[in-house]
Design a protein around this ligand. Structure first.
Ligand code: ARG
Length: 604
């Protein structure tokens, strides 16, 4: 179904055509000044420029034609030649009725669906997950939901960091703690034990401990000054490097141990994802790029795309038009080892052969912008994948009250598990005072608290413009008033309670009639869904959906105050119309929330 902007654009386009002008001049959009008009068209100004005529004179017959349309209550010319349109109550009623009957609540599908690859999550095996990973997960999941909903064929891949120096470091750590394990016997071919010798907790403990041993200097906690690190072990970096190289070269014992690390991490991550309601189609990792590396190295060398530079093999990716310095893509370092650049290029080749995506989105921290620019240019130069189909979807950081990336009170990185736990506790505390429903069982309360917690975290994240930083403030996120996830859930639950009561009283929804200004505003808000989804999709900006959901909930709130539904004395037809409007809002609000990964409880 078409939104009102498109219907009006067609009508205005016809009017332009009748004047011998281009139909595209009729494009109408939602007005910047909702107090003056619902929609506006700026085409007369563009036409006047071409024809060197007076724009108001060009606008007049268009406004007259629109005025005569059933869609329009009034069309007026403002300023230098804007055409302002107020839509008719009949058009709004018809539109709201169509949305009420549409299972997509007014949202369209893309005309040509694409195969889209989404790379997000990006956690690293054993290294603790940080706020950047949390944001990547939440934003990436919202985009995967949106793209799928609009009809694209989406494949999501978590792209685990499972192939770097940290793997060798962990092998060293385990070999020192449990030196008698069979994995470390020189020349051992296996088979090796099925059971992992380490748990997730072991890995989380080992990694920071051994990573610390590679650092020569630390910071004095009191003065912040650089001081020698008492745990420093000068040989550690080389030990880790050697183990990494042996792992990558295929030493069976190391491979077997490494598989345990990956498996143990994956089980933990899958649990966290399940609690966040996030899914991935593929659980691949950087290591999956490995089989493609020899081929890439050979290919880029033989075609002269890579060149030898001071012992390293690089691909030059700078361009004359560059405003900032663009260092080369590093294919092989001086030791002949591959790093993050080359694994990402290998992954591109893997995906090209497996899924052949027409678009790939990398939802990764803004701080990796340069990395992706280099990789995309190299992929293009190598003709593996056109640069225009590769997009880095960067985002800002979540900061603590000090304005720096968020840390826990103890100064550590916040674990997702703890974050959800904190939000859960806060949600329960809030619900005590606000619950609509007194008859909830304990199980229901914990289910609802979890939904409220997830809604709070996700909405707080997604309602910000993706590229900006924001400050972590759980009290604010969890509040039931203001622009928060819990507020929106609360509104949706009120609507559900209304729907249940109407049903039990035998009240049926009926034909929608728009009478009150609050009904008008609500119908217009409903009609804005498609525009919001299209904007969020084109710009890869989920906050546009959040804004829509919030506006809709607010419009509903005003409507519900002004337009009683089940109260005694409301005429039947009016009651049926208002109920139909409320149900349409509920359907659209739930859908909008679902697209940002938020599920609505039945009661709360
Ligand atoms: N594991 C990386 C990190 O923690 C993020 C991976 C992002 N995806 C990619 N294809 N490079 O920084």
């Amino acid at each position: 179904m078409m939104d009102l902007a498109r219907q009006l654009s067609l009508a205005a386009g016809d009017a332009f055509a009748a004047q011998g002008l281009d139909t595209s001049l009729g494009a109408m959009r939602r007005s910047d000044r909702p107090d003056l008009a619902d929609f506006q068209c700026n085409g007369a100004m563009a036409a006047a420029k071409q024809a060197k005529a007076n724009p108001r004179e060009i606008a007049q017959p268009i406004a007259d034609a629109l005025d005569a349309s059933e869609l329009v209550e009034s069309a007026t010319i403002a300023g230098p030649g804007f055409i302002n349109v107020k839509v008719s109550a009949a058009a709004l009623a018809k539109q709201a009725g169509a949305i009420a009957a549409d299972e997509r609540a007014g949202a369209e599908m893309v005309e040509t669906p694409r195969r889209v690859m989404m790379d997000f999550g990006g956690w690293n095996v054993a290294k603790p997950m940080h706020i950047g990973h949390l944001r990547a997960t939440i934003i990436g999941d919202s985009l995967q939901r949106l793209f799928r909903f609009r009809g694209d064929d989406v494949t999501s891949d978590v792209h685990l960091g499972d192939w770097g120096l940290q793997m060798g470091l962990l092998i060293v750590g385990v070999s020192e703690e449990q030196p008698d394990l069979p994995y470390f016997v020189e020349g051992a071919e296996g088979p090796f034990p099925e059971e992992s010798p380490v748990s997730m907790e072991d890995l989380e403990r080992l990694y920071p401990r051994y990573a610390d041993m590679m650092k020569e200097f630390g910071k004095d906690p009191a003065s912040g000054e650089k001081v020698p690190n008492p745990n420093y072990r000068p040989e550690m970096r080389d030990l880790a490097r050697t183990a990494t190289a042996e792992l990558q070269a295929g030493r069976p014992g190391y491979r077997a141990l490494w598989r345990h690390f990956c498996e143990v991490t994956r089980v933990g991550l899958e649990r966290e994802c399940a609690s966040l309601g996030v899914t991935f189609d593929l659980w691949k990792g950087e290591s999956d790029a490995e089989p493609f590396i020899p081929e890439i190295v050979e290919d880029l060398k033989s075609r002269g795309i890579a060149e030898l530079d001071d012992g390293a093999w690089i691909v030059r990716v700078d361009r004359e038009s560059d405003k900032k310095e663009m260092p080369p893509f590093l294919m092989l370092n001086r030791d002949g080892a591959v790093g993050y650049h080359t694994t990402d290029l290998g992954t591109i080749l893997d995906r090209k052969r497996e899924q052949d995506p027409q678009l790939t989105l990398y939802v990764v921290d803004q701080r990796q912008a340069l990395h992706f620019e280099q990789v995309f240019r190299a992929a293009d130069k190598a003709s593996y994948m056109p640069e225009e189909t590769l997009e880095h979807i960067g985002f800002g950081t979540m900061n603590g009250p000090d304005g720096k990336p968020f840390k826990t009170r103890e100064g550590g990185v916040l674990k997702l598990y703890d974050l959800i736990g904190q939000a859960n506790a806060a949600a329960r505390a809030r619900m005590g005072g606000i619950s609509i429903d007194e008859s909830l069982s304990l199980d229901e309360v914990s289910d609802i608290a979890h939904k409220v917690a997830v809604a709070a975290i996700k909405f707080a994240d997604l309602s910000n413009v993706r590229t900006t930083n924001y400050v972590f403030d759980l009290e604010k996120f969890i509040a039931f008033e203001g622009k928060t996830g819990p507020y929106l859930l609360y509104q949706a639950v009120r609507m559900k309670a209304l729907a249940r009561r109407a049903k039990s009283e035998g009240v049926e929804p009926g034909a929608i009639v728009i009478e009150l200004p609050e009904e008008r505003a609500l119908a217009l808000a409903l009609d804005g869904f498609e525009d919001a989804l299209a904007g969020a999709y084109d710009k890869r900006m989920p906050h546009i959906i959040c804004d829509h959901a919030y506006n809709l909930a607010q419009a509903f709130s005003s409507f519900y105050k002004a337009a009683p539904i089940l109260k005694d004395g409301v005429p039947d037809a009016q009651r049926a119309s208002r109920l139909a409007l409320a149900l349409a809002v509920l359907k659209q609000l739930e859908l909008a929330l679902h697209l940002v990964g938020i599920e609505t409880p039945e009661r709360m």
